[in-house]
Ligand binder design. Structure first.
Ligand code: GLA
Length: 651
């Protein structure tokens, strides 16, 4: 296990330019990038929406505007005397939210506001911190959900017995790497690839191993050719049927072969799409240079050799005017879409784009309303391989939210894509309305978002991920539930980025859970700035294999007790993937890393839970090591907010 230690030094500016006592440290002087908020961005002296701080009609000058669930851990080192502040729900929202403010110290709740709602006068906090080594500020969702929970801390400050320390807080985060380096040749990715007969076909063969590496491909159907330069197979897909070909990879460490099947009788996305999307990093600031850089980085980082394929442009590429003939155009940030997609294809990768069935996209750009056929043809002409179709302003067009109205725009674009003469993966985005998982396949979607937008907080990621049981039964090859894009690495919704606020353990949970859920995996970070930890998360082939399994089953929750959840995904070779997650309990004290070692929980996984009657072998998927043979049960230690991901093999 390799350990990269990120040392976050938080410098107190308590003495700088302040008229208050030098013994007092205002929390807004600390590095608030480490403060987690359940939605939006934290602001100093402003609400989470950027307005003056206002509670129950009273405006305050100094404080921090945040959003539930909000967390901040401060290393008080045992020398602080007290914490003081006012706290309340900000007035800015038109709908009222409810929250609970808590001050924690060394694993105990020191103060709690009780449930507070919008309009309640700010509550005054004075808490003794004597002897406390670490304190935490927590805003919970008040027991309902985080909607409209805009929360303000007013004048939050820590008083010390002497001058407030210059370095007030040193919080250590261990970005530990579990993915081993594999020098042996390995052929990665899915064992089955879907395409439609006679359409343009492109497939990059994902192979890893110590260079020099020789890759050969045998038995391709006629019409397809392998190019060893970009390791891609391209040409025209064959007539309806199943075609098996053999890939062999050799290097000084050995040789390996794998059969891959091209199916032209089952549609597209026979395993969940693997790729990148611009939204979670660049938001509306996306441009051609950034997309090209992403494509280059997907290859140069090695991600493409692990099966990552799509380079998807989200909202923000569209011009405001169409041509006289009504043809959709890209804006000035994308000088030539055709040239861009050709470039992506030249790397063996695929190109994706975004639109809305409404007149406008969510970002206020041109949508496809009443231009559906023309737009589908334009995308096909550009060489687009994937379309995300986002409801947005279609709300103004739909008569109501009945099922026929919800389905209508998606059925329409399906028909138009069918006329476009190109393999285009169809991604429905309407946030789960009308239980889309029950009819997404019927309207021709290859994937459909089951939730609202994800952010890089535990509450958002876990709130979405662990609520996916509802849709499990509907996932199958060609039709996937989409719990939204990944929030690991440098994210930010553009133009400025920050490291994901998920802890390292939470990031392992995120990737493991999405793999088990057979979710589309769309990287949401700037791939030109990936560190070793992020790359480790995205290049573990045994983890990706769970996601890409050809059986196409989505994991279900098989056990839940004392803050531990076990999820199980049956795999095509008769084995199963099992994730044991430590999601913690509700009082909030567990939400913080009080010790140098993260809180871990001992868990016994029983054969009964796994419905096993015989002996079974257990393999740790992240560490890629066999743990031995067991009967009855096996034990494991699961870090707080972390996961142990296993492959269980029966005799
Ligand atoms: C919605 C979607 C996001 C993103 C934005 C673009 O919010 O859910 O994934 O596509 O629109 O404006």
């Amino acid at each position: 296990m390799k350990i990269i230690t990120g040392l976050i030094i938080i410098v107190s500016g308590a003495m700088i330019g302040c008229t208050v006592s030098k013994n007092v440290l205002f929390v807004d002087q600390l590095d608030l990038t480490q403060m987690e908020s359940g939605w939006g961005e934290n602001h100093i002296n402003k609400s989470v929406d950027g307005n003056p701080l206002k509670i129950a009609g009273k405006t305050y000058e100094r404080g921090i505007g945040t959003h539930a669930v909000s967390k901040f851990l401060i290393n008080t080192g045992g020398t602080a005397v007290s914490f003081d502040a006012l706290a309340g729900v900000d007035d800015e929202n038109s709908k009222p939210g409810t929250v609970e403010f808590k001050i924690l110290g060394d694993r105990k709740v020191l103060w709690s506001s009780g449930i507070m709602k919008q309009g309640d006068a700010a509550k005054s906090i004075h808490v003794s911190l004597k002897g406390i080594k670490k304190m935490a500020m927590l805003v919970t969702d008040g027991g309902d959900n985080i909607n409209y929970d805009h929360a303000d801390w007013i004048n939050p400050r820590i008083t010390y017995s002497q001058t407030a320390p210059m370095v007030s807080s040193v919080i250590q985060k261990e970005y530990y790497i579990l993915t081993p380096v594999n020098n042996k040749p390995r052929i990665n990715g899915a064992s089955v690839v879907g395409a439609n007969p006679n359409h343009d076909f492109i497939f990059r063969v994902p192979v890893t191993g110590k260079p020099p590496l020789k890759v050969s491909v045998k038995g391709l159907p006629s019409g397809l050719l392998y190019d060893s330069g970009n390791r891609s197979i391209s040409g025209k897909a064959p007539a309806k049927g199943a075609y098996e070909f053999l890939v062999t990879a050799e290097n000084a460490e050995g040789s390996v072969s794998k059969k891959i099947t091209i199916r032209t009788d089952k549609g597209l996305s026979l395993t969940p799409p693997l790729g990148w999307n611009s939204w979670n990093c660049w938001g509306l600031s996306v441009d051609q240079k950034k997309v090209k850089a992403a494509a280059d980085a997907m290859v140069s980082s090695g991600l493409a050799d692990h099966g990552w394929t799509y380079i998807n442009i989200d909202d923000g590429w569209e011009a405001s005017e169409r041509t006289m003939e009504g043809e959709l155009l890209a804006n000035e940030k994308f000088p030539d879409m055709k040239v861009l997609t050709n470039y992506v294809h030249s790397l063996g990768l695929k190109s994706g784009i975004y639109s809305s069935p409404g007149p406008q996209t969510c970002g206020g750009f041109q949508g496809s309303y009443q231009n559906e056929l023309s737009d589908a043809r334009t995308w096909a002409k550009w060489g687009i391989d994937y379309v995300k179709y986002d409801w947005c302003s279609y709300g103004q067009i739909a008569i109501d939210q009945s099922l026929p109205e919800l389905k209508k725009p998606y059925e329409l674009m399906r028909k138009m894509l069918d006329q476009a003469d190109r393999d285009i993966v169809y991604s429905l985005c309407q946030y789960g309305m009308g239980k889309v998982w029950e009819w997404g396949a019927e309207v021709g979607g290859n994937l459909w978002r089951t939730t609202g937008d994800i952010t890089d907080s535990w509450n958002s990621m876990a709130g979405i991920g662990f609520a996916q049981s509802k849709s499990s039964a509907f996932a199958k090859p060609g039709n996937w539930n989409d719990p939204d894009m990944l929030v690991v690495g440098q994210v930010g919704w553009g133009p400025s980025l920050h490291p994901s606020k998920l802890t390292p353990d939470e990031q392992y949970t995120h990737i493991s859970l999405w793999a088990l859920l057979a979710s589309p995996l769309l990287i949401g970070c700037d791939m030109t700035q990936m560190d070793a930890f992020t790359l480790n998360l995205l290049t573990n082939d045994e983890v990706l294999e769970i996601n890409q399994d050809a059986l196409g089953k989505q994991a279900g929750l098989i056990s839940e007790k004392d803050g531990i959840q076990i999820w199980m995904k049956p795999l095509s070779d008769g084995t199963m993937a099992v994730g044991v997650f430590n999601i913690g309990t509700a009082d909030g004290t567990e939400s913080f890393n009080w010790d140098d070692q993260p809180n871990a929980k001992k868990v016994t996984v029983t054969a009964e839970e796994l419905a096993l009657k015989t002996k079974f072998k257990v393999r740790d998927a992240w560490r890629q090591t066999d743990l031995g043979e067991f009967t009855g049960s096996f034990e494991t230690n699961v870090p707080f907010h972390g996961v142990m991901l296993y492959r269980i093999i029966t005799q």
